[in-house]
Write a protein that binds this ligand. Structure first.
Ligand code: ADP
Length: 288
């Protein structure tokens, strides 16, 4: 008797094992094979497999929805921004100051919305495996010089660097996306530090990889928050968002997603009240 019961349980165990691995992100592998299933369980397994099919359908609809929404919002925003610009340009002399100021604010907000939408679009494209990130060899320094120039123009903080001391460095990745990541990190360094606080961009390399560090002397991040800040829509508890600044909690999750898509990494070290150091690593290219 005991042998019989044991052997009848074996398929059940296998099914239990199959079920325990089902996740929304992995519905492809969630169907339970029907060939070895005991006859009495067949109707339930078939019903389960149909349910998985329905879930897959609605989950892909939902992902597509996010991508479509963020894409569709951008066109009207571009139109609005265009109108604001044209009124500002044409009315430079006639417009009363308070109108100019109001339009300026509207313009800034449109820009911010646009940036948020690009972030959302990137993330949902990455979820749908529709984001194409290059992995090509490129010269690092000119791209870093470009970031520095933009950052110095955008912020009042002094930004030091060691670019002049570096040898010729060729890395593998997506130059535009690397520029975006470093821009994000410098933006955060500025945002979470005192006004005018110095920021440093430091590059080093060994025989296989390059490390680009952005460091600040700002608020710092509590040790128990250092892992979660890379998750979407997450802010560090204990870090104060200065008045007038905005935050979505998306920036670092984008940096992480992009760096990993390029074959690189991002990491952080931080001390509260002293500052933070974010490091990006990319592989060196093998070609001479
Ligand atoms: P956001 O800045 O839009 O909130 P991020 O994903 O870029 O989103 O950052 C997540 C959180 O990590 C921030 O809300 C902030 O609490 C913390 N953080 C990021 N960069 C720094 C920094 N340089 N110094 C202090 N805290 C930081």
């Amino acid at each position: 008797g005991a042998v019989l019961i044991l052997s009848a349980r074996r398929p059940l165990r296998a099914i239990k094992q199959d079920l325990s691995t089902v996740e929304l992100s992995n519905l492809k592998g969630a169907m339970i094979p029907t060939d070895k299933a005991p006859l009495e369980l067949l109707p339930i397994i078939e019903e389960f497999n149909e349910m998985v099919g329905r879930l897959r359908h609605s989950s892909s609809n939902q992902k597509q929805f996010a991508a479509t929404i963020s894409h569709e919002f951008r066109t009207p925003l571009t139109v609005i921004s265009g109108f604001i610009q044209s009124v500002l340009n044409r009315g430079e002399e006639q417009l009363p100051d308070h109108h100019k100021q109001a339009l300026g604010i509207a313009d800034t907000e449109v820009l911010r919305l646009n940036r948020m939408l690009s972030d959302l679009l990137d993330l949902s494209r990455a979820d749908n495996q529709q984001l194409s990130i290059r992995r090509e060899a490129f010269e690092l320094i000119p791209n870093l010089e470009q970031v520095l120039k933009l950052a110095k123009a955008a912020y009042g903080n002094p930004i030091t660097d060691n670019l002049k001391e570096l040898p010729y460095l060729e890395v593998v990745g997506d130059p535009d996306r690397l520029v975006q990541c470093i821009g994000n990190l410098i933006g955060n360094a500025v945002k979470y530090s005192e006004k005018g606080s110095p920021i440093d961009l430091h590059v080093s390399s060994d025989d296989s990889k390059v490390t680009v560090c952005v460091s600040d002397h700002g608020q710092g991040i509590p040790a128990d928050q250092l892992d979660t800040i890379f998750e979407r829509f997450t802010r560090a508890e204990g870090v104060v968002l200065p008045k007038g600044e905005s935050s979505t909690g998306l920036g670092l999750s984008i940096v992480k997603m992009l760096m990993e898509a390029m074959g690189g990494t991002v990491s952080v070290r931080s001390t509260v009240d002293e500052g933070s150091l974010f490091s990006l690593q990319l592989p060196l290219s093998d070609q001479p």
